[in-house]
Design a protein around this ligand. Structure first.
Ligand SMILES: [Fe+2]
Ligand SMILES: [Fe+2]
Length: 134
């Protein structure tokens, strides 16, 4: 398993984000065990899933006037660019770089991103929610 203990470590308290992150982690873990044909198929799925993951967070930031929207959106753009470039290689049958990326980089990236940028966004959203309820 490439990313472990999701429910203990990564829950942010915003259902939409948590559901998306849970799916992301499942996909990464499936990629870790996949045969080559499955890996190629799942990598394309990961790219599509991540695109909609980032679009929905970008929309949440926009709607809630999140102060750090610029750097968070730029980081999404950077990672999506990486995923697109690697997906091109993977879809042409060269899975070596894709395997290395999924094993060595994505789990580390997710851990950092979830616990910093996404956690800050979730705290901002939860604070707004509390203010609306009060
Ligand atoms: Fe996220
Ligand atoms: Fe994010």
């Amino acid at each position: 398993m490439l990313i472990e203990a999701f429910e203990d470590r990564y829950l942010l308290g915003v259902a939409q984000m948590d559901d998306t992150h849970r799916e992301f982690v499942e996909l990464v873990n499936q990629l870790g065990d996949a045969t080559k044909p499955d890996f190629i198929h799942l990598f394309a799925e990961l790219l599509a899933h991540t695109k909609s993951h980032f679009e929905s967070e970008n929309a949440l930031m926009q709607e809630s006037a999140f102060p750090a929207i610029g750097e968070h959106r730029d980081e999404h753009q950077r990672v999506l660019g990486e995923l697109r470039r690697i997906n091109d290689r993977v879809q042409s049958g060269s899975t070596f770089i894709g395997r290395a990326y999924v094993t060595e980089q994505l789990p580390v990236w997710f851990q950092l991103h979830a616990l910093t940028m996404d956690s800050a966004l979730a705290a901002h959203l939860n604070k707004l929610e509390t203010q609306l309820v009060e």
